[in-house]
Design a protein around this ligand. Structure first.
Ligand SMILES: C[S@@+](CC[C@H](N)C(=O)[O-])C[C@H]1O[C@@H](n2cnc3c(N)ncnc32)[C@H](O)[C@@H]1O
Length: 150
């Protein structure tokens, strides 16, 4: 993460709108990039989520350990196109790490992947029940590992 030595992703039509795909074969624990976005307050995230509920695309990411909400709608990198897959079918994990004194959220492969595979993250167990896939996530929506993304 310090060297920002990321594996290559490409964005194209995926399982749900656009998706992020492996542009090369990757081993387990390969670094895909950090989540980049504006940091929002809870209130701002709430109103952003309401707006995004109408266009169906939501790039908010909350990692409960950091209690910061990132919005990658205006700025961001290819990791914002990671779609959701639950039930252990995801092949990407998020980890919060201290890099050069800053908290950063990094995405890593959970297993080896082949070039061309779509990359999926588990957004969190209650996200789809509570928000129908369109609104921002709160603490109670985090996955068992503390990750919550949309
Ligand atoms: C972070 S964006 C992912 C990129 C998005 N597919 C796009 O085209 O920009 C999250 C949004 O993708 C869609 N999405 C992701 N995973 C999904 C899934 N498993 N089922 C339905 N929609 C999904 C939802 O609209 C969600 O708000």
């Amino acid at each position: 993460m310090q060297r920002h030595d990321t594996k290559l992703l490409e964005v194209k039509t995926g399982s749900y709108g656009l998706g992020a795909f492996a542009a090369e074969g990757m081993a387990v624990d390969a670094f895909l990039g950090t989540y980049v976005g504006h940091i929002l307050s809870n209130n701002a995230a709430e109103s952003t989520s309401e707006i995004l509920a109408h266009n169906g695309r939501n790039y908010l990411f909350e990692f409960s350990a950091d209690a910061e909400i990132f919005d990658a709608a205006q700025v961001g990198n290819l990791t914002r196109y990671l779609n959701h897959q639950g039930n252990g079918m995801d092949n990407v994990d998020a980890s919060s790490m201290l890099v050069n004194g800053e908290h950063q959220i990094g995405f890593f492969t959970k297993r080896s992947v082949n070039a061309g595979e779509e990359m999926f993250l588990d957004y969190g167990q209650n996200y789809w029940i509570h928000h129908g896939g369109k609104k921002g996530m709160r603490d109670e929506d985090t996955a068992e590992d503390g990750t919550s993304v949309q």
